[in-house]
Write a protein that binds this ligand. Structure first.
Ligand SMILES: [Zn+2]
Length: 176
């Protein structure tokens, strides 16, 4: 089922999301929510989605890139579910690149993010996982993790002059 996406201004996007008990992850309710979040993310060509974006303040995020018209240059990322994630920088290097958000429709901006991160979370089966990610995958993880803390990418921008409507982004800023 495709869910309604919360847009900037809805208080749910500014709340810190609640942790999900790992034992509850296998329950029909949480499994249905995960399926619906993934379906919603794909419907709107997102590369990630967090539960607060579908009006539920729970620490669940889905990430995945296949062929995506919103990010045509993005490398493939296998579908990854992050439940109660903890994210730490794995290097001191920060990189600025473009981000958009299904809750901040029609805008892109350049956001500094850690180049690589160390992630601890529970997966879609409620099993603990730990991995390192870098590049665009690390960027999407940090973006979704922010949603679980009540933050959006605009809060992380250090130079608001790069904020751009999608049409102007495509015309002036999209590479190649
Ligand atoms: Zn977002």
């Amino acid at each position: 089922m495709i869910l309604k996406v919360a847009r900037l201004g809805h208080p749910v996007l500014r709340r810190k999301a609640r942790r999900v008990s790992p034992r509850q992850v296998g329950s029909p309710g949480v499994q249905a929510l995960i399926r619906d979040m993934v379906e919603t993310m794909r419907e709107y060509d997102g590369v990630g989605i967090a539960a607060p974006q579908v009006h539920l303040a729970l620490q669940i995020a889905a990430i995945g890139v296949d062929h995506n018209p919103r990010y045509p240059k993005a490398r493939r990322i296998p579908l990854t579910l992050l439940i109660n994630p903890r994210v730490r920088p794995a290097s001191r290097r920060q990189v600025k690149d473009w981000e958009g958000c299904l809750s901040v429709e029609g805008l892109r901006g350049r956001v500094p993010r850690w180049h690589s991160v160390e992630v601890e979370a529970y997966n879609a089966q409620g099993k603990p996982v730990r991995f390192r990610a870098s590049g665009f995958f690390a960027r999407v993880i940090q973006h979704e993790w922010d949603h679980l803390q009540g933050k959006v990418f605009l809060d992380r921008m250090t130079d608001l002059s790069t904020l751009t409507h999608l049409t102007e982004y495509a015309r002036y800023w999209a590479k190649g």
